[in-house]
Design a protein around this ligand. Structure first.
Ligand code: AMP
Length: 595
């Protein structure tokens, strides 16, 4: 039977519905090249009369050869003028023959603002289809998930309108607010403890509080616990640390905290709340202990695994997750973006370091740009390789052509081929290009950090002081994590060194200069803590260079790393810190106006 190839030693599909989903995966991956060919023909056929494709004179051709010879590879910046026209209200078929239904705001930024990804209504169905494959795969490896519930902390973020009236919001906000999610059919394998009303509340405190309260009431039913990103799950643990007394009070009395003012939440919590003094005692006794090691399994004793993304930048959180969960398996189910959902992990119980995602060939047309970090020559579209032609062990940048009209668009993710499932390749997420610092969904690149330091160092002019060198570090020992910037300062007059107040203002000025995803994380989501500047002794960066040279770096080629994470280097820097300063205020952030 077709599904055999996917069966784990634990057994066959859990139910008829799962069998169909697994069969679908088999069909798609067995016929990956044909599926891709059809996807290409469908996209080019339906979008033939768009302004974008017409300029390349495909003249109705829908084959791969014509596509490859005529359509260029592009970046977001190339498309930005077109995207801006759509955002401003031009409803003519520019990128897609189907109307652009909304913009999905990526956590990737361009000129400091979230990128706007056009999407069309039917993409929701495609995303839904990928979601529908996740549990059938999971059920192969973890039987009995229909006997309990999932405690998933899911959140919506704020949304705005473009000048032309289109909605602009993150892809998950769009999904949670869609009927696909809100009126989903009951599936015993996929029951959440969080009510829709709690997930859909835009106030992050009220949303998290009520989701946590529901999770505590149903603590014995919870079989799996998750959030989208590892950083998000850790934030919920921190939330529990800060709010367990109030939560326990609500459970003891069967009443709802007065801070919860959202009427939809209040309405649905009436069905959940009940006075349960024994549960309240238990929560208080566990949470009042100084040691929070294994708190997840202590409070939710039947949890079999955590479901969070711990690949890519999130790998940094694995040790902390292990600490709080006693090393529960960490399951990464899918790989997706605002542009397009890409694929899923067919071996979800594997170790985080072994996670590979199988790209589903029906989601978009996928091409791969061979990635050579040492090559200085530019990449061209004639280097692009098709999905089924990638080679195991090689690294590629992902390039996609979507139904919504992105053509040969560089996503910016670097992936390594680890193998194949049938003829569909499987990829390890290596990294996102040009990301220096990341705590949550923020991505700060070297140029952004450099310009933030330049903007900020002007505050030191009055003190005749300059920043001679700097580097940075994403400190995740705090929850939420925060950016640390090491500064070596040169003061012309050492008796007139910048004061603590000035350096605190510098922290804030740095934050004001960082991109809007960073500032939203600080202000709306509370997913990033206050930026810290650590001033180091003069000569520290020379010592850093000496260390690198002693480890084999060439003197001529040595460049100060703008981000550090190796323990000996961190220890060296930290041992030279003379003072440390934190931002005392939140930077400015409002939902972006789209010009
Ligand atoms: P966004 O555009 O904000 O939706 O972010 C999408 C990006 O998040 C992708 O292009 C990846 O860089 C990253 N991402 C998404 N899923 C994963 C995953 N499973 N593992 C690692 N990184 C991921």
């Amino acid at each position: 039977m077709a599904v055999d190839a996917l069966c784990s030693p634990l057994g066959p599909p859990a139910c008829e519905k799962d069998a169909k989903a697994l069969q679908f995966i088999e069909e798609m991956t067995r016929n990956a090249d044909t599926v891709q060919e059809n996807v290409m023909a469908e996209i080019l056929g339906r979008n033939a009369e768009t302004e974008y494709l017409r300029q390349y004179h495909l003249d109705g051709a829908t084959d791969r050869e014509s596509f490859k010879s005529k359509i260029p590879m592009v970046t977001y910046e190339d498309l930005q003028p077109i995207i801006q026209r759509i955002a401003n209200g031009d409803r003519s078929p520019i990128l897609s023959s189907h109307p652009i239904s909304e913009f999905l705001t990526s956590s990737g930024t361009s000129a400091g603002e979230r990128k706007l990804m056009p999407t069309i209504l039917e993409e929701l169905d495609r995303r839904q289809l990928l979601y529908s494959l996740l549990m059938p795969v999971m059920n192969l490896y973890m039987p009995g998930l229909d006997k309990g519930k999932g405690l998933y902390f899911l959140f919506v973020k704020s949304e705005t309108k473009t000048p032309g009236g289109l909605m602009a919001r993150p892809v998950l906000t769009s999904y949670y607010k869609s009927d696909h999610f809100k009126t989903r059919a009951f599936d015993p394998y996929n029951v959440y403890t969080s009510p829709n009303e709690a997930i859909l509340c835009p106030d992050s405190f009220q949303s998290m509080y009520s989701q946590m309260l529901c999770g505590l009431y149903e603590r014995k039913q919870v079989l799996r616990l998750g959030a989208i990103f590892a950083s998000g799950l850790l934030r919920t643990i921190r939330f529990l640390q800060l709010n367990w007394r109030e939560l326990a009070h609500d459970i003891r009395t069967g009443t709802l905290n007065s801070k919860i003012s959202d009427s939809d939440i209040k309405g649905c919590m009436v069905r959940v709340l009940r006075a349960d003094p024994d549960l309240a005692d238990f929560i208080e006794s566990e949470c009042s202990k100084d040691n929070w090691e294994r708190i997840i399994t202590r409070i939710w004793p039947n949890t079999k695994y955590l479901e969070v993304i711990v690949t890519g930048a999130m790998a940094q959180y694995i040790p902390t997750l292990d600490y709080y969960s006693g090393g529960l398996p960490k399951v990464c189910t899918m790989y997706a973006s605002s542009e397009c959902y890409f694929g899923l992990n067919l071996n979800p119980m594997c170790k985080p370091s072994e996670v590979s995602y199988t790209i589903m060939p029906n989601m978009a047309y996928f091409e791969f740009l061979p990635h050579d970090p040492n090559s200085s020559t530019g990449s061209t579209s004639d280097q692009l390789v098709d999905l089924v032609d990638v080679e195991v062990g090689k690294e590629y940048e992902l390039v996609i052509t979507t139904y919504a009209g992105l053509c040969r668009y560089r996503v910016g993710d670097i992936l390594r081929v680890t193998g194949f499932h049938n003829s569909a390749p499987q990829f390890r997420f290596v990294r996102r290009q040009n990301v220096l610092l990341s705590i949550d969904s923020d991505k700060t690149d070297e140029a952004e950090l450099q310009s933030a330091v330049e903007n900020t160092s002007r505050l030191l002019n009055a003190f005749n002081t300059t920043v001679v060198e700097y580097t940075s570090y994403a400190d995740i020992k705090t929850i939420p994590g925060h950016y640390v910037i090491y500064w070596e300062l040169l003061a012309k007059d050492s008796s007139y060194f910048p004061t603590n107040d000035v350096l605190e203002n510098c922290c804030l000025a740095m934050e004001e200069s960082l991109n809007s995803v960073y500032r939203q994380g600080r202000v709306e989501c509370n997913s990033i803590g206050a930026l810290e500047i650590r001033v180091v002794k003069n000569g520290t960066f020379e010592e850093l260079m000496d260390y690198a040279i002693s480890r084999g770096a060439s003197i001529n080629q040595y460049k100060v790393p703008r981000c550090v994470n190796l323990t000996p280097i961190m220890e060296l820097l930290d041992s030279r810190v003379v003072s440390s300063h934190f931002s005392q205020r939140l930077p400015h952030w409002t939902p972006e106006r789209r010009r």
